[in-house]
Design a protein around this ligand. Structure first.
Ligand SMILES: Cc1cc2nc3c(=O)[nH]c(=O)nc-3n(C[C@H](O)[C@H](O)[C@H](O)COP(=O)(O)OP(=O)(O)OC[C@H]3O[C@@H](n4cnc5c(N)ncnc54)[C@H](O)[C@@H]3O)c2cc1C
Length: 415
């Protein structure tokens, strides 16, 4: 029997889309080659980033561009061999980051981010998953007074967008996090965000809710997707059985265009790879908060498996071998910031943020393909935006009035 909707991809985005469609009465099947929440949605920093109303722009000033080109920064690195393939999306990204192009992008992004906390809150309760949450809010740390003061001004500017914060000077920061041992000038404490001590486990909890409510689960390769003679869609599961549905949602994160490309839709997605590794906490010196060392460009998160250090961006081909130089370099910096024990895993985890040149996810109907929808390209904030995306896509598919304007996220837009 055909399902109403087949959702391809069981990351935070796919699971959330499936849940919101199910809430509207659709019979949903979910398919992934792995178990839910084991790729990008597992390895991230676990922050539901209500403060992230301004998406990461490409640097435009010559000093930063030269230092990025030097390829020795802690926050951004690249594989020189990947640059020819990346040139086109990166040039578009650079163009979209010019102030005039960026302003409407940031406004649209802010409208999406504003939905993030409420949409997670609703699922956290239903999935009985509040035990996975860490301390509320996170700390953006500063080493210099100049950078701290600039960030204080910027934080005040975000109040109008409903983003709340507290300003901490050096002494207040020491009192908040006594484990910090570096000389710091202060911090912005973003007070709205939620933090998650095991991001993969949260996706699994949301998926368990979906299955408990009757959705079908299949493992298999989404690349087997094809149209049925009746005008619907089907994929093969791992047992070689056909899973059929009237409509399909592509939520394969960074792998999405590999599939939509087979159906003539090739958005210019590129990836910013990132790494993480856990370190044993040192007794009596475990930080309570998630902390971004803003002037160095890495994050420390007190998670279930230990202190998770996550890196910034590595521009590389998604499948290129791991080159965890950034992680090794920031580990040394982090050890000066906080006492860290032994590494928990032998090798760092590697993942890929699915990024669009105009910094916005792609949510809506795939052009030219009846019954094919997509939800991908959430870049640095897919863990934050999964449930909001699920709600918005379900509204569109169900013919409801959208909670926010959806044109800026249209798959048919010019990137
Ligand atoms: C280091 C790092 C830190 C981050 N920190 C944060 C953060 O703090 N907050 C935040 O909001 N975001 C963060 N992000 C970004 C966030 O993790 C991603 O945007 C988000 O996880 C993307 O979710 P997704 O569901 O689109 O993709 P994924 O979670 O990657 O899900 C895609 C799924 O598709 C499946 N799949 C792919 N191809 C196939 C196929 N052929 N057949 C079957 N299945 C297939 C995969 O197995 C996978 O399960 C971070 C990312 C990184 C790398």
């Amino acid at each position: 029997m055909a399902h109403d909707v087949l959702v391809l991809g069981a990351g935070m985005v796919g699971v959330s889309c499936a849940l919101h469609l199910q809430q509207r009465g659709y019979d949903v099947a979910l398919l992934d080659r792995r178990e839910p929440g084991e790729e990008t949605s597992y390895g991230n920093a676990g922050i539901i980033q209500r403060e992230a109303v301004h998406p990461y722009a490409f640097p435009r000033d010559i000093k930063t561009l030269l230092s990025v080109a030097g390829n020795r920064r802690l926050d951004v690195r690249y594989h020189p061999r990947a640059i020819p393939a990346l040139a086109s999306p990166l040039l578009r990204y650079y163009a979209r980051s010019a102030p005039r192009a960026y302003a409407p992008i940031a406004a649209a992004y802010a409208s999406l981010i504003a939905l993030s906390i409420d949409t997670h809150e609703a699922l956290l309760d239903a999935a009985n998953a509040r035990h996975l949450l860490g301390e509320r809010g996170w700390l953006m740390l500063f080493r210099s007074d100049k950078q701290r003061d600039a960030a204080f001004v910027e934080a005040d500017n975000l109040l109008a967008l409903g983003v709340n914060h507290r300003k901490l000077d050096a002494a207040q920061l020491r009192a908040t996090e006594p484990a910090l041992r570096a000389e710091l000038s202060g911090a912005v404490y973003w007070s709205d965000p939620l933090t998650v001590r095991d991001p993969g486990a949260l996706v699994k909890a949301y998926a368990a809710l979906l299955f408990a409510r009757g959705a079908a689960w299949h493992q298999g390769n989404a690349q087997t997707l094809r149209q049925t003679t009746e005008g619907g869609w089907q994929v093969d599961n791992q047992h070689g059985e056909a899973v059929k549905a009237r409509q399909v949602v592509v939520a394969l994160g960074p792998w999405s265009p590999q599939l939509t490309g087979d159906f003539g839709y090739r958005p210019p997605l590129f990836v910013k790879r990132g790494y993480h590794q856990h370190f044993q906490p040192v007794a009596g010196a475990t930080p309570r908060h998630w902390m971004l060392d803003e002037e160095r460009g890495y994050l420390v998160a007190p998670m279930a498996r230990g202190l998770r250090i996550t890196t910034g961006a590595e521009l590389a081909h998604i499948d290129a071998p791991a080159t965890p130089h950034q992680l090794r370099a920031v580990e040394q910096v982090a050890r000066q910031l906080l006492p860290l024990g032994e590494a928990v895993e032998a090798e760092p985890w590697k993942g890929a943020r699915p990024c669009m040149p105009d910094m916005k996810p792609v949510i809506g109907a795939v052009p030219g393909q009846r019954g094919m929808w997509c939800a991908f390209g959430h870049g640095h904030q897919g863990f934050t935006l999964g449930p909001a995306t699920g709600m918005l896509l379900a509204e569109m598919m169900h013919g409801e009035r959208s909670s926010i304007a959806m044109e800026p996220f249209s798959p048919a837009r010019r990137f």
